[in-house]
Design a protein around this ligand. Structure first.
Ligand SMILES: NC(=O)c1ccc[n+]([C@@H]2O[C@H](COP(=O)([O-])OP(=O)(O)OC[C@H]3O[C@@H](n4cnc5c(N)ncnc54)[C@H](OP(=O)(O)O)[C@@H]3O)[C@@H](O)[C@H]2O)c1
Length: 242
């Protein structure tokens, strides 16, 4: 299978790209950092830069690489509420987490429609469902991405183009140091390791569901607590993190 993944220079995306290429799938990854000696095809690309995205699209066309599945994993956690509200940081969160995902949909959807098959996977987060006292841009961009995928799913289901959303709970990756030990391990039992998260994300590639929640138990409990007011939930979760 041909799989295109954004955000393969670290964390879950890197784990997924390695896992799939080891299994013999043709993987093409992108991120901003240089990556040396990776087993899969890799292009340096800032997904917020349309010219760089077009360049990667041209490289894929040249290599006759039309993916069967596209995993939209690149994201940043804009800490735009640490002092006063920082609009620029927040906008960067949207440019990466929302526009930086939908740009690939806009480029690849016409080709998928022509072929009459294809699947897009949005890597979202439980933070799409709760506000964050340190960030406007993360929960808002993930909520927007999840909602965009609901519209796309509704519109393109008859054309056999699939839009799945994966909602992850906490994962031990560099983006959230509160969950991660110095050697990259997980700090709490309810946190997923990046390798386990990659294995779970693989289920969404080969599965048929519209939405996935990983890990199951944590996200079940999380969803059952959605009635708790934000102010109280925020206090409980910051106590748990500290
Ligand atoms: N860790 C968690 O607790 C958690 C929880 C829920 C959901 N998620 C989601 O899981 C996905 C992967 O996150 P992760 O935890 O594995 O974090 P990560 O290790 O920081 O990975 C993020 C990836 O996105 C890439 N990226 C960021 N900005 C980019 C840009 N402008 N252009 C291209 N690539 C860019 C980064 O590469 P470069 O810096 O090299 O560009 C990196 O490869 C994200 O969508 C995240 O929101 C994570």
């Amino acid at each position: 299978m041909k799989i295109f993944i954004t955000g393969t220079s670290s964390g879950i995306g890197l784990g997924l790209a390695k896992l799939l290429s080891d299994e013999g799938h043709e993987v093409w990854g992108v991120a901003r950092r240089e990556m040396k000696s990776v087993k899969y095809r890799y292009s340096v690309c800032d997904i917020t830069d349309h010219a760089q995205v077009s360049k990667v699209m041209a490289e894929m066309e040249e290599a006759k690489f039309l993916p069967d599945v596209v995993v939209l994993g690149s994201a940043i956690l804009p800490k735009d509420l640490e002092g006063s509200f920082d609009y620029e940081k927040s906008a960067q969160g949207f440019a990466t987490n929302y526009d930086g995902a939908l740009i690939w949909v806009s480029k690849l959807l016409p080709k998928f429609l022509e072929r009459k098959s294809g699947k897009f996977i949005a890597v979202s987060s439980t933070s799409a469902k709760r506000p964050d006292i340190k960030s406007v841009g993360l929960p808002a961009s993930k909520a927007a991405l999840s909602m965009a995928f609901r519209s796309l799913r509704l519109r393109y289901r008859p054309d056999n183009i699939k839009f799945s959303t994966v909602f992850f709970g906490p994962v031990a990756t560099p983006v959230i140091p509160e969950f991660t030990t110095k050697d990259g391990g997980k700090k709490f039992f309810f946190v997923l390791s990046a390798a386990k998260a990659a294995k779970l994300l693989k289920k969404a590639i080969f599965g048929n569901r519209d939405k996935y929640y990983f890990p199951f138990l944590f996200t079940c409990i999380f969803r059952l607590t959605l009635w708790i007011p934000d102010r109280i939930y925020s206090k409980i979760s910051s106590k748990l993190k500290s």
